[in-house]
Design a protein around this ligand. Structure first.
Ligand code: UFG
Length: 324
């Protein structure tokens, strides 16, 4: 298939583009390179530089690529930033998404695989979180993703779009080519590995007084290659609607640090600090639906394998993608 990948220069988009190309699909990346990296665009892909917030740019990319389907990753994705600048999140993630959906309708493209998030559930009413758990986001980032899910839902009913919403839990790990490089970095595993590389003095553990076995927060860490494979399955599936993507196991912040110490053989100093506002104690996926309907089975569920892949990438790219 011919696939337009928005945000294909970002972390999850770059790896999904790589797997699409490996599987013989043609890929056009649409990215403004504001937070993505030119070096993260697979050499086999075509890159169109452009901004989602410009209806003209999106329409021009759709006309140039003439895709059979769209994978939509391009978005802002920092929870703390969204609490300070909600308008950025609604403009880019919602209004930008609408530009994309409208350009798809004009071009007669129906299939869209959309990067959604467990942040749409907010503080979940039960764990493991299945797709029918109430979606009550606690920040504008999660809200913006939920709003675009709802828009796509109505465009499915009224305009015949065929959307799939993939609700990611904690994406992490790397392939040999592509890994995680955000600026600023806020995610636990890259921060821990930067400490292992000596690029940070220590890791702060945000709270150790939660109601969890060791007092630190539990997250469902999912390998980026497993996430990417779910997109390929969603692309050709007859199903529409929402799928959670996680391993169904929660690891604590302390377990992540301990595992990274084992994998890297480095001490990784850590210090307990105050809770980070808005962190739910447990986010663990019930992802049976993706197994049953998409045939998705994570190939790399072990935390150690995930951290090892990230460590290999970070050692090869100690400065990330450089200046980008
Ligand atoms: N953490 C630390 N120290 C750090 C960084 C993180 O203790 O330096 C802790 C956090 O408090 C949290 C856990 O490690 O308990 C994981 O934090 P991340 O920032 O790596 O990931 P989050 O679970 O906060 O974020 C993920 C996704 C977001 C999504 C969010 C939903 O990356 O896109 O889940 O809550 F919005």
């Amino acid at each position: 298939m011919n696939v337009l990948v928005t945000g294909g220069a970002g972390y999850i988009g770059s790896v999904t583009a790589e797997l699409l190309l490996d599987a013989g699909h043609a890929v056009t990346v649409f990215d403004n390179l504001e937070r993505g990296h030119r070096a993260a665009v697979d050499a086999r892909a075509r890159l169109i530089e452009g901004d989602l917030r410009s209806p003209q740019a999106v329409r021009a990319a759709m006309e140039a690529a003439r895709p059979d389907a769209v994978m939509h990753f391009a978005a802002y994705a920092l929870v703390p930033e969204s609490m300070e600048h909600p308008e950025r999140y609604f403009r880019n993630n919602v209004a930008g998404g609408m530009n994309l959906a409208e350009a798809m309708l004009e071009a007669g493209v129906r299939r869209i695989v959309f990067s959604s998030t467990c942040a749409t559930y907010g503080e979940p009413e039960r764990v493991p979180i299945t797709e029918d758990v109430a979606q009550r986001p606690t920040n504008p980032y999660g809200e913006s993703k939920l709003m675009f899910e709802r828009i796509l839902h109505w465009y499915e009913r009224l305009h015949g779009l065929q959307p799939v919403f993939l609700r990611y839990f904690n994406a992490c790990g790397a392939t040999r080519k592509f890994g995680e490089d955000h600026d600023p970095e806020t995610h636990l595993i890259p921060i821990v590995l930067q400490a292992a590389l000596g690029r940070r003095e220590k890791v702060f553990i945000y709270g150790d007084d939660y109601d969890t076995p060791d007092g630190t927060c539990l997250r469902d860490y999912i390998h980026i290659a497993d996430l990417a494979r779910a997109h390929l399955l969603a692309l050709t599936s007859a199903h529409t609607g929402a799928f959670n993507l996680g391993n169904g196991t929660g690891y604590s912040v302390r377990e992540v640090i301990e595992t990274a110490r084992r994998v890297t053989g480095r001490p990784i100093p850590a210090e307990v600090a105050a809770r980070r506002p808005g962190d739910p104690p447990r986010l663990v996926a019930g992802a049976e639906k993706a197994g049953a309907e998409l045939g998705w089975r994570p190939a790399f569920p072990e935390l150690e394998t995930i951290i090892r892949s990230a460590w290999t990438w970070h050692r090869a790219h100690p400065e990330g993608y450089g200046s980008g």
